[in-house]
Design a protein around this ligand. Structure first.
Ligand SMILES: Cc1cc2nc3c(=O)[nH]c(=O)nc-3n(C[C@H](O)[C@H](O)[C@H](O)COP(=O)(O)OP(=O)(O)OC[C@H]3O[C@@H](n4cnc5c(N)ncnc54)[C@H](O)[C@@H]3O)c2cc1C
Length: 363
């Protein structure tokens, strides 16, 4: 049996991949962890917009995962259950400064091999008439999809249960011991071939207390908000300099996101509400028409070099890490699951994926 610790998006996708390939899987989590990143996420699947000039390996990983997401677009049930949407991203420039930034990004995207369209103000407003009329221009990035994290989690849990996956929850798990195929968590014992650590930002603490290894990760808090409007405002995912909007079914609009370093505190503070609402006020007309629905707070798992940690430990090859996905965990979950599967089965790991191995920290 393979035991996966953590039922965020990474644990769930990994479980499903293993089950589909005939492995027996048990997922273990704890009740009421505060700040699970997956639940707060907006669900953008936008590799190009997340690309950074110095992160080529990460960008390639995002593209590989996007390819898997694109295959899901052919599955009708997946689309209806998870609200996976095929849309584009529109980067909007509100002033000259933004325009320069967009033009620079366009050049960078071209270097990466991707063509985007620079649209003048008139054309932008034809596509998105509910933007401010004084916008400068925009950049249209095609095929940047979006998924709704909460229905996605529900769907994945259902599939896992259907395929015989087990889920168990503890009140608290501070550490585990795992040796010679025997896993102990508190007073429970399991026979486990391998274990996968998919506890997001809590993974490092758990490994430190269990086997004395500390990875250079830290929590980066993010707040997102959900609004409802009387009519559909946007057709594309809209990106401004500091916030982004994801139009959802039934006139819902998800807005993300803040980025703050406040340790493991996931409470929502006034400055975070102010940051998002002030940005909306600056960028959109008639914000009085946005009816507040919900607010979410999640702790992203940031790694010192910006890349996730995926692979087995040098000193215990049966412990597989799958955490540190920072801003990209929803996008990267499917490819992470494939890599986890390869480590579990001892199959060959694609050369570029070595880059993400825990070995890079020499722990
Ligand atoms: C506001 C916000 C917006 C975001 N938007 C996007 C986006 O648009 N697109 C995108 O790709 N990504 C986005 N992200 C990032 C994405 O949400 C994360 O990278 C991703 O959810 C990480 O998933 P995970 O499974 O690794 O961790 P989590 O979702 O945090 O799950 C970790 C799991 O581990 C469990 N756990 C904790 N401790 C233990 C323990 N001791 N034992 C067992 N289980 C334990 C927790 O209960 C939890 O279930 C966003 C994040 C935030 C906060």
């Amino acid at each position: 049996m393979i035991v996966i610790l953590g039922t965020g998006i990474v644990g769930l996708f990994s479980a499903l991949k293993l089950l589909k390939n005939g492995k027996k899987v048990k997922l273990i989590d704890i009740f009421e962890v505060k700040g699970k990143a997956t639940n707060a996420s907006v669900g953008m699947l936008a590799p190009l917009i997340e690309a950074k000039p110095y992160e080529r390996e990460l960008f390639d990983l995002m593209l590989d995962s996007k390819e898997i997401w694109d295959k899901f677009l052919k599955k009708k049930e997946f689309i209806t259950q998870t609200k996976l949407k095929k849309n584009a991203s529109l980067l909007v420039a509100n002033n000259k400064d933004d325009e320069e930034r967009i033009i620079f990004k366009r050049r960078f995207f071209k270097q990466l091999g991707f063509e985007t369209q620079l649209l003048d103000s008139k054309t932008t407003l034809e596509i998105e008439p509910n933007l401010n009329s004084n916008i400068y221009c925009s950049l249209l990035c095609e095929k940047h999809n979006q998924v709704e994290p909460l229905p996605l989690i529900k769907y994945l849990f259902e599939q896992i249960k259907k395929m015989g996956g087990e889920v168990e929850k503890f009140n608290k798990i501070e550490n585990f011991s795992f040796s010679k195929g025997k896993l102990r968590i508190q007073d429970s014992y399991y026979e486990a071939e391998k274990i996968v650590i998919a506890c997001g930002v809590w993974s490092s603490k758990l490994l430190e207390k269990s086997i004395g290894i500390t990875f250079p990760t830290r929590p980066i808090k993010g707040i997102s908000m959900l609004f409802k409007t009387n009519k559909k405002l946007f057709s594309n995912n809209i990106w401004f300099r500091n916030i982004y909007l994801a139009p959802r079914d039934f006139n819902f609009l998800a807005v993300g996101a803040t980025e703050d370093e406040k340790g493991f505190d996931n409470s929502v503070t006034l400055d975070e509400i102010h940051y998002i609402t002030k940005s909306l006020w600056e960028h959109l007309p008639e914000i009085e028409k946005l009816k507040f629905q919900d607010i979410f707070s999640g702790l992203r798992s940031g790694v010192i070099d910006g890349s996730p940690i995926i692979g087995n430990l040098k000193n215990n090859k049966n412990i597989i890490c799958a955490f540190g996905h920072f801003r990209h965990g929803i996008l990267l979950a499917p490819v992470t699951a494939e890599i986890v599967y390869n480590y579990v089965c001892g199959s060959e790991i694609k050369k570029n994926y070595d880059f993400f191995s825990p070995d890079r920290f020499n722990l």
